[in-house]
Design a protein around this ligand. Sequence first.
Ligand code: PHE
Length: 392
Amino acid sequence: MKRVLCAALVIAAGCKSNAPSTSAPGAAPHDNAPAASAGDTILVGEVGSMTGAEATFGTSSDNGIRLAVKELNAAGGIKGKKLAVKVLDDEGKPEEAATAVTKLITSDHVAAILGEVASTRSLFMADVAQRLQVPMVSPSSTNPKVTEKGDFIFRTCFIDPFQGEVIAKFAKTNLKVDKVAILRDVRNDYSVGLANFFTDTFKKEGGTIVGDESYSAGDVDFRAQLTKLKGLSPQALIIPGYYTDVALIARQARELGINVPMLGGDGWDSPKLTEMGGVAIEGSYFVNHYSVEDPSPRVQGFIAKYKAAAGGQVPDSLAAQAYDTMLVLADAMKRAKDLSGPAVRDALAATKDFPGVTGDITIDDKRNARKAAVVLKIAPGGKYEFVQKILP
Ligand code: PHE
């Protein structure tokens, strides 16, 4: 696991030096939480893929969190204390993500954990956070099993039964497609879940899955599966995976003469998708958490602030989700009676109509958020064009 340097603004707030380590070894799990708020700093842990095949998931989320922390501290912090974030890079590896959570809780005594993006890594992390009774909030993990890990595990995004339904209905109703083929990543809980939820709705709507092939994260040659699927003449290709794989699959599919539209979920979202996928990915559709074309002042205001802070970069949905999530956590910490794990957990659970960039956030009794999804089309030149918004 690589230690990532804290954002300059966070270092100023004491990211390194103020991590208290006063908890006695063997102390009851949540005894560490008051330590996390000792002194004049509240320390929050962040775990993400800053490097590896999904590096933009981590770096975009981190940019969003930094912006939120800067704003929160400028507005006076929380309970009279400044907020600091310690970031650990899991390199895209589930075991590293779990180790990072253990370290952040037992050595750094963080008051809460933010992350991960990828559901598989969040599932590994959630076991640790739940056991040690420190609240964990995932900004972007959509697999339902994540928050089922226990009452300390939250998310601020929609879940995949809804996302799968949105993709299926869009394919059937809008694209008027009846026969599709799926190419899923069997080593990715998100991909497997989303493929299954898509299948449920698509069949219910009268559609047929003509082929369902697999690959494993890290594969680079998909030609055997694609050749097989081509022979089954699908009218669309469903690829519920992450952007690096999707870009490669798109290129190889086009090379093999598969010219039908491709559809996917939020895992496609990265500035790298069109960079790596080129024209092969154009004309495809994916479901996401927000659209940069949304004219609402909340969205446009966020984009302007983010661009100013991130060298002109346009925020992807990871950045927006992570920004919202830091603010939701801060809001809960302000309302919590103290900063112990159980108190922050209870306050998070009571989150209601928090006005996020990605929509109003209410945490339901399963610790999930009910939010709208958008369908985006990848237009020529790689622009993500807004197609429609679907309410939960
Ligand atoms: N929803 C994906 C997962 O659960 C992660 C993701 C969210 C990726 C948003 C990109 C954008 O694994």
